[in-house]
Each structure stands twice: as structure tokens, then as C-alpha cells.
Design a protein around this ligand. Sequence first.
Ligand code: PGA
Length: 241
Amino acid sequence: MRIIRVDNYEEMSKKAASMVASQMILKHDSVLGLATGDTPIGMYKELIKIYNDKEIDFSDVKTFNLDEYYGLSDDNHESYHYYMMNNLFKYVNMKSENINILSGVTDNIEEECSNYDEKIKRSGGIDIQILGIGVNGHIGFNEPSVNFEAGTHLVELDKKTIESNSRFFKSMDEVPKSALSMGIKTIMQSKVIVLLANGEAKAEAIYKTVKGKICPEVPASILQLHNNVNIIVDEAAAKLL
Ligand code: PGA
């Protein structure tokens, strides 16, 4: 694991955007694995700037998002479809047919999940996967569990995740209790992984991810077994390292 310490959120966002941009310059038809949440918003803003400076081009790029809330339609303002559209896609020249996000309203979950893994494989695999991390150590929506979930699957969200995500909803009752998420195996097959973490709330999860035992109770700890993981952390998130 490569730990890249930065002073603050802005620096973290710039470094992450540079890594994604470099990948896109090296390979015009890169396959990007994208994350949602508060953490990568700054990175998307930086990528839009780099795009506006004409240094990168999204026309041949394919994207696969990590997860989507189960039960939320694409136009729901809290869906990750909506997030991606409004934080990145509408500002760059992505082709809509190259955007892949799991459907939160599928009536065939199994098929939706297996098709997603199949499509990632057919695209040649994810060149660079961006990850945030939950306060409980989740990546994507792979929650602490007794097993590492392999492929893309339906997840019951952890109490801590529901609490943490309730900040985006009007009330706790409105927070979806389940989601579709890329599995650990899918994530681990990415060629390069960039995990971003900022703020003290993430310090314990980062400590366990980097220094702890590899176990499904801390899903991100599995990343210790990947040969190209870059963890960009600000001072607060790196506090316990
Ligand atoms: P956050 O979420 O970026 O909103 O903190 C990260 C995550 O839960 O993976």
C-alpha cells in the first residue's frame, strides 16, 4: 500500500484528479471505477477543470460506479445516478452509452448484478478505481460482515452507514436500507486503486485498513492484498497511522 499524506481536502482532491487524468492521458479509452459521497466531490471539480483546460477527453472513456441505493430511481435527487450527473457527467463529454451505474429500481437484482460484473469484464476491467471509505471501513457498500462478498450484490446497509448517510435525507426513515454494490472481488480486480479519506471521523477506519488484521469486519483491510493501492489521506484521517 502506498500512503500519500496531504495537508488538506483540496490537496487530496488535486492529487486524486491528477492520477485519474494521467490514466486518461496514457489510455484514451480508460475504464474508470467511480465513487460517490462527499469525499470525491473535490476530485470531480478538479477533473472538470482539467477537462476545461483541454488536457483530458472523456469521449472514449467508460465508467462503472461502485453502487446505488436500492429503491431510488435515477432521477431521485439522492440517487447516485443523480449525483454523478450533477457532479461530473453533465460537465464533460462522456457518452451516455459509456456510463454504467447499477439500477436501483431493477426488478431482477441477480441479473442486474451479474450483467454488471460481466460488462466490466468485457470492457477489459477497471483501469483505476476510486474509493472512499465508510467510518465502519466499508468500501463501495461492502459492509462489515462475516464474509468478503465476491461479486456485485444486494447489501443490507449497516446501522452506522444509515446514520452517516441520513445527513443527505430529510429523515432517517427516508434513508434506503439496502443497496446494490460492486463486490470485493470486483473491486480487487481493478488494476489500480486510489482510496481517498479526509477528516478525523475516518482515522480509525484508515488505521484498521492499513495496520489492522485482514478481516471481513473491516472490508477495506482486504486492500492490503492488492498490489497497486494508493491511499491519499489528509492529516486528520492519517492521525492514527
Ligand atoms: P463519504 O462516504 O465520502 O460521504 O464520507 C464514503 C463512503 O461511505 O464510502
